[in-house]
Design a protein. Structure first.
Length: 215
């Protein structure tokens, strides 16, 4: 590490020896992502413009896709030799640890069978119920009543809107495998700026519906 400006102790050609963990630095994630993306592009990957954490590589009939989340990486493709060469390249650059076939990633459980790949967020859904205190509540058959109308003036404004915003954010992520709650969650997400007690009550109704079938 180069010495910070204004730090005059030591000789002009000396550098600092890093003792703190990489994850303790504010610049760590940006520097890590920059090095990783440049390395992948040099290896022949193309960065997606729709999702900057997605990299793809096409070489003849071979196709590789790589998805990054902080320092967790998913690799898939239609050519096992190409995947093996990518792993070798990444290991030389970063000393990676191969965890084998994908089983669990960011709240998504991945199960394989002869018919295909099954995605499930059961554990993630149960964690939401536990954190919100609705695990012991009575389940509902429907997430939202038919022709239900909601407005910004419904109910009393919440003293701490962050709780509501965090809950809706987690529900939005749950819609990856739960399209049945997409409509009510999208409605509630429109009131993130000034949520009220009524909005929170409707969110808890959705949680009670999720409890009826968390998987």
């Amino acid at each position: 590490m180069y010495k910070p400006p204004g730090y005059s102790i030591g000789g002009p050609n000396q550098v600092c020896r890093l003792l703190k963990s990489l994850y303790g630095l504010k610049q760590a994630s940006r520097q890590w992502y920059s090095k990783l993306s440049l390395s992948l592009i040099a290896f022949g990957f193309t960065q997606s413009k729709a999702d900057y954490s997605l990299f793809t590589k096409v070489a003849g009939t071979s196709f590789l896709a790589l998805l990054v989340y902080v320092d967790d990486i998913i690799v898939t493709g239609n050519c096992s030799s190409s995947i093996a060469s990518l792993k070798t390249f990444l290991h030389k650059q970063f000393q990676i640890k191969d965890l084998g076939c994908l089983r669990y990633f960011l709240g998504l459980k991945v199960a394989r069978s002869s018919t295909g790949i099954h995605l499930c967020q059961r554990k993630y859904a149960l964690d939401i119920l536990v954190d919100s205190g609705t695990l012991a509540s009575k389940p509902l058959k429907l997430p939202l009543e038919q022709n239900f109308k909601l407005s910004k003036t419904s109910g009393v404004p919440l003293l701490d809107p962050n709780t509501y915003r965090r809950l809706i954010g987690r529900l939005l992520y749950l819609t990856i495998t739960r399209p049945d709650i997409c409509y009510p969650v999208q409605i509630l997400s429109q009131y993130m700026d000034t949520p009220t007690t009524t909005h929170l009550a409707i969110a808890h109704q959705i949680l009670r519906y999720i409890k009826s079938a968390p998987g």
